[in-house]
Design a protein around this ligand. Structure first.
Ligand code: GAL
Length: 730
């Protein structure tokens, strides 16, 4: 369908190329037309997902750049919802080359998503300009993942598939002819007057003469998110080593320095699965040559192999801007944009020619000698550093579009190289967008608020991306330990010492506790890996917000502002949200602590909850105050929760290794849980080479008893028997 509507109040100048829609568009004044017309035509490509298009199709969109293939088989396993919104209240039109979209809102409805926000969860009542950028301390839409998707507490989601700087008024604008107008109040006399009156719609401005947009249904918010994730190909399943501990070494470290670092990890008996090599390994960085600097790394292959021999992978820091002193430059120049970044050229990665040149260079210099992955830096912002919006690219992709998808393009390109080698990778990136769910990258940034890092971790679960609250430095042993505890309960357990040279044992007074939490993460491998397998196969985020948990009914609270001529002349309200607690996998609720906190509140969803460490009952659908001490991160397990674990170790298991399994059970309930396994490193799992075991707890003669059934043993690394541990005294 193509519609072109030129707005002209009385003469009704409408150009339209779809006969179907002609009948819907009458010759009426604009405001009246708004209320009843311009309804999109929806079709349902897969159950529970509806697509509509308006105006001219765009050559590059977020989904086109990511080239994600929907997992329709898995989507078909979900419920079969009806269209979740009142179609008559959705409108779309193109005016003066821009697309205007409107979706209805209900009273009390909350909206989550709309980018990787760091301070807020509920986006209702906020205005966001979704623009790829580093995070600049404000939730204004400029973000490392400006994903134009929101999920509502009413059980639906909306996605705008445009690689543009999209402006979202998430329930702020009030139309003259609103369906649910706000109450008229007089500020002179009415104490309940509101600076931001009630709005009944999300309104979106896409700076393009057309776009595709989608509505996702589901029987819960979680199912909406699952459907969105599966539509984007499902989540990524990291190699097992990617879930181990990673240390990023200081810039200008040499091969010898890194060998010493590895030896230090050994002498401190600390887990280490991969090393991040920061700037200093290229002959030039900012821009990059992607060629080894031979005084620091005289034998790159020997260096990488030496690490591999110790069971440690190498991950290389890059930015994608090509330095004039490297051999790639003259070849790739004809396929690059009009502007430079730090004097490097910007390859047009929508072009196969550019991608192929990158591939040859990267394979020869890194991947073929055993490098296991990349940290893709600087693909997000700042405006002053990256190409300006007036830049041009040989493919005709505009600078704005390129900005929105460049991180996606580098992720996809590099991930494809590893896929061709049938080798999984897991790395870091500073820019992601819609469609990158199945790409093996975790977002990080230079910002450093521990609290806001946890908010971002929670928000990542609404928009199909992964985030790590990386640790760099700390002002005290307490902060160090608290940050280390959080990062071990995130998608990537990482210490990024590129600037500070910190080590896990930098604060000797808490070295033991830091080691313990890193080891606990290793022990939880079977549980975490299963959570990721569910992300891949069922679209369930491995780390997720409480709003995506069954039985969690708490909502954010509006706190009315007090009129104060100096500080708050419009008496604006603030929103108090449920923050800083999330689920890891199906059963574990994580409640991180921050520096200075001796106690904290935790909101326990419906059902009984137990302490992970002791198995003791903690509470049931209530707010509890805990005083956990410094040594441990508070973790809670739901009633009947089953947590499979292995012994503490310093490296993740290799393919074919058989490990002893300890299965913990919490609470009183009987039930089953699934445990996933495969070879841990290849894509053979996509050909069906994986196993699911059923872990079952039942009551026999008044006592709880556990059993394990494995569907096929050839891809199962935990033997046939498990040791069961019933954590709660019956
Ligand atoms: C920054 C990045 C850091 C580190 C540094 C190296 O852009 O966010 O994590 O890699 O570059 O110069």
């Amino acid at each position: 369908m193509k519609i072109k509507v030129l707005n002209n109040k009385n003469s009704c100048l409408i150009a339209i190329t779809s006969i179907l829609v002609l009948g819907m568009l009458g010759c009426k004044p604009s405001t009246e037309r708004e209320a009843v017309l311009n309804q999109p035509v929806w079709h349902q490509p897969v159950p529970g997902i509806w697509k509509a298009s308006i105006g001219n199709p765009q050559d590059i969109t977020l989904l086109k750049a990511a080239e994600a293939t929907p997992n329709t088989g898995a989507i078909e396993q979900l419920s079969k919802p009806e269209f979740p919104l009142d179609k008559a209240k959705i409108s779309a039109e193109v005016v003066d080359g821009k697309t205007y979209l409107r979706f209805p809102l209900q009273k009390g409805e909350e909206l989550f998503g709309l980018g990787l926000n760091f301070k807020t969860h509920n986006q209702r009542g906020r205005i966001l300009n979704l623009h790829m950028d580093h995070y600049g301390s404000s939730d204004n839409g400029r973000s490392h993942a400006p994903v134009p998707f929101y999920v509502s507490t009413e059980g639906y989601g909306v996605l705008i598939d445009a690689a543009k700087y999209i402006q979202v008024y998430a329930g702020t604008g009030v139309r003259v002819n609103a369906d649910e107008p706000p109450v008229l109040r007089d500020r002179n006399t009415d104490g309940t007057w509101e600076a931001q009156p009630y709005s009944d719609a999300v309104e979106i401005l896409v700076p393009a003469d057309g776009t595709d947009f989608y509505v996702f249904g589901g029987d819960s918010m979680l199912e909406v998110v699952q459907r969105y994730n599966l539509f984007n190909g499902g989540g990524t399943l990291p190699p097992k080593w990617g879930l181990g501990f990673t240390q990023r070494v200081p810039t200008l470290f040499t091969a010898k320095d890194i060998e010493k670092e590895v030896a230090d990890f050994e002498s401190h008996d600390f887990p280490l699965d991969f090393i991040g090599v920061e700037p200093g390994w290229h002959t030039m960085a900012y821009p990059c040559t992607f060629e080894w600097e031979k005084t620091r790394f005289p034998d790159p292959e020997g260096f990488v192999q030496g690490l591999l021999d110790k069971g440690i992978r190498a991950n290389l820091w890059i930015n994608p801007y090509v330095s004039p002193i490297g051999s790639l430059y003259p070849k790739i120049k004809p396929h690059s944009g009009s502007h430079t970044v730090w004097n490097g050229i910007v390859p047009d990665l929508t072009l196969d020619a550019a991608k192929n040149l990158m591939k040859d260079h990267f394979l020869e210099n890194h991947i073929d000698i055993g490098v296991s992955g990349y940290k893709i830096d600087e693909v997000d912002g700042f405006d002053q550093w990256l190409w300006p919006d007036v830049a041009t690219f040989p493919s005709g992709t505009t600078a704005e579009e390129m900005r929105q998808v460049y991180g996606t393009l580098v992720q996809k390109m590099t991930a494809d190289w590893y896929r061709e080698k049938n080798q999984r990778t897991y790395g870091l990136v500073r820019a992601a967008n819609t469609g990158t769910n199945s790409l093996p990258y975790v977002i990080y940034d230079d910002y450093y608020s521990h609290e806001d890092f946890i908010t971002a971790l929670i928000n990542s679960s609404f928009i199909g991306v992964l985030w790590t609250p990386e640790v760099r430095a700390s002002g005290s042993a307490e902060e160090w330990l608290r940050r280390m505890q959080s990062v071990c309960f995130s998608p990537m357990a990482m210490l990024n010492a590129w600037a500070d040279g910190t080590k896990p044992w930098s604060f000797p007074e808490v070295e033991k506790e830091v080691r313990e939490v890193a080891r606990l993460r290793m022990q939880l491998l079977p549980y975490i890996y299963t959570a990721f397998a569910k992300y891949q196969q069922e679209g369930i985020p491995p780390f997720r917000a409480m709003q995506l948990v069954d039985g969690f009914s708490f909502k954010s609270e509006k706190v009315e502002g007090k009129l104060d001529g100096t500080a708050n002349p419009y008496a604006g309200a603030t929103i108090r949200e449920v923050k800083y607690q999330y689920m890891m996998g199906e059963n574990i609720l994580v409640a991180p602590m921050f520096t200075g906190e001796k106690t904290r509140q935790v909101i326990l969803p419906a059902g009984k909850w137990y302490d992970f460490y002791t198995g003791d009952f903690v509470g049931e659908e209530e707010v509890v105050t805990i005083a956990p001490g410094l040594e441990r991160i508070p973790l809670f397990v739901r009633d009947g929760g089953i947590v499979p674990m292995i012994e503490a170790r310093n490296r993740m298991p290799k393919a074919g290794e058989i490990l002893a399994l300890e299965v913990r059970h919490y609470g009183e309930k009987v039930g089953t849980s699934k445990l996933y396994d495969d070879d841990g490193t290849t894509f053979d799992n996509e050909k069906g080479n994986f196993s699911w075991a059923i872990l079952k707890v039942e009551e026999v003669d008044g006592k709880l008893q556990g059993s394990m059934t494995v569907d096929r043993t050839d891809f199962f690394g935990y033997g046939q028997n498990a040791t069961w541990k019933f954590m709660t005294k019956q």
